[in-house]
Design a protein around this ligand. Structure first.
Ligand code: FES
Ligand code: MG
Length: 587
């Protein structure tokens, strides 16, 4: 049998759908079957695990270098209970983990690498269905992207947020407090001692950032897309119900294999519309825009920035969480979590979108709790704002688009004309930020170049540049900032991000010079560089690409193949899916 194709097969004449792990690994009677079973027996498994039951791969982004995911080994044990309970055979395996706070030059550089790890691990191994254990920012989209390209039944279990941070009797939020306190220290409003005390009070349990940062946002996106069990996203990491729902997920994935319910059934254009609208209602991270574009690319759903702007328009902003608002994820969970939000905006959703529960989003939400605390989750009739989601801007400064998170911006700056102060790298800005002679005032538009996907490389979260010390000391707390970078989902301010094409590939952002006038008009969705076409053409002719020091390894592959922000920053050759079949045997 050596060399025969294995993997997805048509239904057999007896009506039995060939299960890949049984038919191509554990059920084989020949030498290969001997090999596949014998080595697995080394772990002490008895005969029943080879009887054709669904094998569930538990794809774990656990790592002690990703503190947000440090508890996922324990969570995996709960998933396994559920899988055994439902008659499946669970096998946990590690994939690359991406810790937002540790990895240099930015975890985003490696999101696609994680996706490849997940994709190849799921495809190459005897796995019939997958649980993705994720948490920290990039681990959720990276894992989903990989699984979507394989298209085996897949269910996401996120690790849940940390408990609320505490400092001097107040709640403080992951990331958001860091940005604020750093500004306060710079402005002389906070002592170094208090700064140190806040550090230890902020992260006081397992879990990911407990603001509505990227991790919480992507957990909500996984649920809104229909990939995570209803009510999962907001449960704190240390709440016993997080472990109970992980066990349920283990049970459910076994049924999903029997039903052959796959990501391609769930990730429809309607599912993305639901996710984008949910993101507007929760005041979620701008990073969701890039990740949703990348996931859509894997499943072949046509999704553009314009779709996202259109879908987010008019969605009421309901969830009062930091960084845009006041509360934190623990409060959000106790207030009803994402199902309560989805219930509020149900008339705006595609209620018929199917989910991992086997039911529609509409049915899931109808069966879940209503809002318990209308201060944390507002009613549609009493929103924190309307149309406050991520807006997509276009203009001669961003021909392929840029984004701004309206709920995190200052009302007074949403329409603004100011003179550019340009920095060609974040390091150059870091050197200038404390300069008391810097030629800057509160109307200045700070422009940062070469922090895009290819320019950095990896598109780091540096777009929310710290307010220059000179202005911070005068009490200025927001300015218009424009870049091809991203910003942390925990950050805030009138920050225009993801400018495409980026400076490093010669986008117009590269041509901006200090003193140029820039016009931002968020209601009109425009971003205009007030420089004549003639002058821009002259500058374009003089422009030299900045060389990126990536001559080998992953960074080289990334720089050669990464797509721009408006396409999701996937690698061009990873777009689409291959399915779960593998053409050759290993022995
Ligand atoms: Fe991991 Fe924020 S650093 S979720
Ligand atoms: Mg982040």
């Amino acid at each position: 049998k050596t060399g025969r194709p294995v993997g997805d097969e048509p239904a057999r004449p007896d009506g039995h759908i060939g299960r890949r792990s049984f038919d191509h690994w554990f059920g084989e009677k020949d030498r290969n079957g001997f090999i596949h079973r014998s080595w697995m027996r080394a772990q002490g498994f008895s005969d029943e695990v080879f009887d054709g039951r669904p094998v569930i791969g538990i794809c774990n982004t656990w790592s002690e270098l990703t503190p947000c995911n440090a508890h996922l080994r324990r969570l995996a044990e709960s998933v396994k209970r559920g899988v055994w309970q439902a008659g499946g055979f669970p096998l946990e395996f590690p994939v690359m983990s991406l810790g937002e706070t540790m990895l240099r030059p930015t975890a985003m550089l490696f999101r696609n690498l994680l996706s490849m790890d997940v994709e190849e691990s799921l495809r190459g191994n005897p796995i019939d269905g997958a649980i993705l254990l994720t948490g920290c920012d990039k681990t959720t989209p990276g894992s989903i992207m990989g699984a979507a390209s394989v298209d085996l039944p897949t269910l996401v279990v996120t690790g849940g947020p940390m408990l609320n941070g505490k400092f001097r009797g107040c709640d403080i939020g992951s990331g958001t407090a860091v940005w604020r306190f750093t500004q306060d220290v710079n402005a002389g409003r906070m002592t170094q001692e208090d700064y140190a005390a806040a550090e230890s009070g902020m992260s006081r349990s397992n879990g990911h950032c407990m603001t509505m940062g990227t991790a919480s946002t992507m957990a909500c996106m996984a649920e809104a897309l229909g990939l995570q069990l209803t009510g999962s996203a907001a449960i704190p990491a240390v709440d016993s119900r997080r472990y109970a729902i992980a066990q349920q997920a283990g049970q459910r994935i076994v049924q999903m294999v029997e039903e052959d319910l796959k990501p391609s059934d769930i990730l429809t254009r309607d599912a993305f519309a639901n996710a984008v609208r949910a993101n507007a209602a929760i005041g979620g991270s701008t990073n969701a825009v890039i990740h949703l574009l990348a996931i859509a690319g894997r499943v072949g759903v046509d999704l553009t920035l314009d779709d996202m702007d259109e879908w987010a328009r008019g969605v009421p902003w309901l969830v009062d969480l930091q960084p845009s608002g006041k509360y934190l994820m623990e409060d959000f969970y106790y207030a009803g979590g994402l199902p309560a939000v989805m219930r509020e905006i149900l008339p705006l959703l595609k209620a018929d979108a199917i989910t991992v529960t086997g039911k529609t989003i509409g049915e899931n939400v109808a069966n879940s709790e209503r809002t318990v605390d209308t201060d944390v989750i507002r009613a549609v009739g009493n929103p924190l704002g309307s149309g406050a989601g991520t807006a997509v801007l276009k203009g001669n400064l961003a021909p392929d688009g840029a984004v701004v998170k309206q709920s995190a911006a200052s009302e007074r700056l949403l329409q603004h004309r100011g003179k550019a102060l340009v920095f060609s790298s974040i390091e150059e800005y870091d050197l200038a930020v404390d300069d008391m002679d810097l030629d800057v005032d509160e109307d200045t538009v700070l422009v940062l170049q070469n922090a895009g996907p290819r320019g950095y490389p990896g598109m780091p979260e540096v777009g929310n540049m710290t307010i220059p010390r000179k202005l911070a000391e005068q009490g200025v707390d927001d300015m218009v900032r424009i870049s091809d970078a991203r910003m942390s989902g925990t950050a805030y301010g009138t920050v225009v991000l993801h400018v495409a094409p980026e400076a490093a590939v010669g986008g117009p952002l590269a041509l901006v010079r200090t003193g140029d006038w820039i016009e931002l008009d968020v209601p009109a969705r425009t971003l205009h560089l007030d420089v004549s076409e003639e002058e821009l053409a002259k500058r374009r002719a003089d422009w030299q690409p900045t060389t990126v020091p990536s001559d080998r390894g992953w960074a080289r592959l990334y720089v050669d193949h990464v797509t721009q922000a408006n396409q999701g920053c996937d690698l061009d050759f990873l777009v689409g899916r291959t399915g779960s079949a593998v053409a050759r045997q290993s022995h």
